[in-house]
Design a protein around this ligand. Structure first.
Ligand SMILES: C[S@@+](CC[C@H](N)C(=O)[O-])C[C@H]1O[C@@H](n2cnc3c(N)ncnc32)[C@H](O)[C@@H]1O
Length: 223
């Protein structure tokens, strides 16, 4: 699949305002478990498939360095503009880099599968929300290889998984990612600890009928 094909669906979602996943508030998993993801100051945090998530502002405001990767340019620009953060841009052979003036906040506009791990460096923390659940099934193996290649030795990887019974009316995105699948993809180098399970009720949307639950899990180095 080419990069254009990969982000086509998302491009149209952003252009047409079909961005129900975008939240105005910090994600509950960060509020409840952020201290486990960021046990010390000035961590380097990766936010794959970042959209214009306000969670990035939260990391930045708390003194951490943030790198986001996003395949559609519109939310990248909007992120800086809506949060009043002055920025500069830089053309790269594999994308375009938007940076805050202090360069502590950097968003790459590129297909994640075109990003160069050696140029990104290593990350102490990964915040994976709407990312592993969003990519195509055929890209999952490549995705986990990429993520594992950018983890610092003592990493913390917090992931928000969506789990439900896929059916003929809905099978994602978000795609259902059971814990066993995470272990299949990351289990060679990670241990998985489930921190919280949030079962959807009627008020969270019709998917509750298919047993929708959000599982917050922390991946840490395998001992
Ligand atoms: C479900 S949204 C989640 C956004 C964000 N993580 C959040 O929590 O608000 C998925 C995002 O991934 C982007 N995306 C999808 N495939 C991508 C890819 N291959 N490379 C980079 N970004 C991609 C989409 O444009 C979209 O903004």
């Amino acid at each position: 699949m080419s990069s254009d094909e990969r982000v086509k669906y998302w491009d149209s979602a952003w252009s047409n305002g079909r961005t129900h996943w975008h939240a105005k508030d910090i994600n509950f998993a960060l509020k409840n478990h952020g201290h486990l993801l960021l046990p010390g100051p000035r961590r380097r945090v990766l936010v794959p498939l970042c959209g214009k998530s306000v969670d990035m502002k939260w990391f930045y405001n708390n003194g951490h360095s943030v790198v986001g990767i996003e395949g559609v340019e519109m939310p990248v620009k909007e992120f800086f503009e809506e949060n009043d953060i002055p920025y500069t841009t830089e053309e790269l052979s594999w994308g375009k880099l938007y940076s805050s003036n202090d360069r502590r906040l950097q968003l790459y506009f590129c297909d994640l599968f075109e990003a160069k791990p050696e140029e990104l460096g290593k990350f102490d923390a990964v915040w994976d929300r709407g990312s592993l659940v969003a990519i195509y099934e055929e890209d999952r193996e490549k995705y986990s290889q990429f993520m594992k290649s950018v983890l610092a030795p003592d990493f913390r990887y917090l992931v928000n998984l969506m789990q439900y019974r896929p059916n003929e009316l809905f099978n994602g995105p978000p795609r259902s990612i059971p814990n066993e699948l995470v272990l299949q993809l990351f289990g060679d180098v990670c241990e998985l600890n489930v921190l919280e399970t949030l079962k959807w009720g009627k008020e969270e949307g019709p998917m509750y009928e298919y047993g929708m639950q959000e599982v917050v899990a922390l991946l840490t180095p395998k001992k």
